[in-house]
Design a protein around this ligand. Structure first.
Ligand code: GLU
Length: 305
């Protein structure tokens, strides 16, 4: 298997030159555009890896899948989906436009920034520290990595420049979708996006979802099958930004990408896969990671459709 993965990395190394590293969060601009890594974690406990699989990067939007699991566990489906919808947008992840044009005003899904900020506001805890720490502990459990921590530079960089996210959050407070202190809610959101991971961490999180919310190594059930199903479904319909439809047709697997260059994929009952390549296409998806998943899906017959 590692031979296959090495070949896939080799095939796509040069493709990274065709994309661009995200710079709207200034600190992300320091990433090495040529990095490309991949990891598979399967149900039997095997870990296969290639390329820059052990480089650390910030999880960014991929954290939206984890915060959604927590918000659903904390509040139940009714409360969460009263405040955030279930439909793809066709717009960019940080788009504001539909917030005002759709009535009742609520973000269309939990994978776009507006929806994810609402989701973070629903995580329970007595203050922002407790909320974030609960989320971090949950991530440590499902990645089986006790050393996860935030990248402080990326966190501060986004906190300083996240004006668009701030604008959305204040708008949603105005229309009554969000309750509570906006700066505190954004703090949880910016921190969750700044958690540092590598491909092994993400592949294990993908595996946890593939195994219906049960940690394969211990058999411990941490999330209901229903919640795990909901999250994977959002990954199919909205996980690859406004390129999700094309990805579903070409690659056919539940996946969530982040502007830090990561993609976490989950093949039900089979495996978790992660890729890392900070050079992004025009939709914000890792250009090398996307193509690597495309090739792997063909090679291993992974499409769920
Ligand atoms: N922290 C990023 C933001 O809010 C996450 C975006 C992403 O990865 O799609 O802009």
């Amino acid at each position: 298997m590692e031979k296959k993965l090495n070949k896939i990395i080799e095939n796509n190394k040069d493709l990274t030159l065709e994309g661009e590293v995200a710079t709207y969060i200034p600190e992300l601009g320091k990433a090495n555009a040529k990095d490309l890594g991949i990891c598979i974690a399967d149900m039997e406990g095997n870990i296969y890896k290639a390329g820059d699989y052990n480089k650390k990067f910030t999880i960014q939007s991929i954290s939206k899948t984890i915060s959604l699991m927590m918000a659903l566990m904390d509040n139940g489906k009714e409360i969460v989906f009263d405040k955030v919808g279930m439909e793809p947008t066709g717009d960019a992840f940080n788009s504001i436009i539909k917030l005002e044009t759709i009535m009742p005003s609520r973000p269309l899904n939990p994978m776009i920034n507006a929806g994810a900020i609402v989701v973070s506001s629903l995580i329970k805890g007595k203050d922002k520290e407790e909320k974030f720490n609960r989320l971090l502990s949950f991530m440590k459990k499902i990645s089986e990595n006790d050393n996860l921590e935030i990248d402080n530079e990326v966190y501060l960089s986004e906190k300083k420049t996240g004006h668009r996210n701030r604008a959305m959050a204040y708008f949603m407070k105005d229309v009554g979708i969000i309750e509570g202190d906006i700066e505190d809610i954004l703090d949880v959101y910016f921190k969750q996006c700044s958690i540092k991971v590598d491909c092994v961490d993400l592949a294990k999180m993908g595996l946890f979802l593939a195994n219906q919310g049960i940690l394969p190594s211990t058999g411990q059930k941490l999330v209901s099958e229903d919640i795990s199903r909901i999250v994977k479904t959002f990954m199919v319909t909205c996980g690859m930004y406004n390129g999700s439809g094309e990805f579903a047709i070409k690659v056919g697997i539940p996946a969530k990408s982040g502007v830090g260059g990561g993609i976490m994929a989950s093949i039900p009952h089979r495996m978790g896969i992660a890729t890392f390549g900070p050079s992004l296409d025009d939709k914000g998806n890792s250009i090398g990671g996307y193509k690597a998943l495309y090739e792997l899906s063909k090679e291993l017959n992974l499409s769920i459709f």
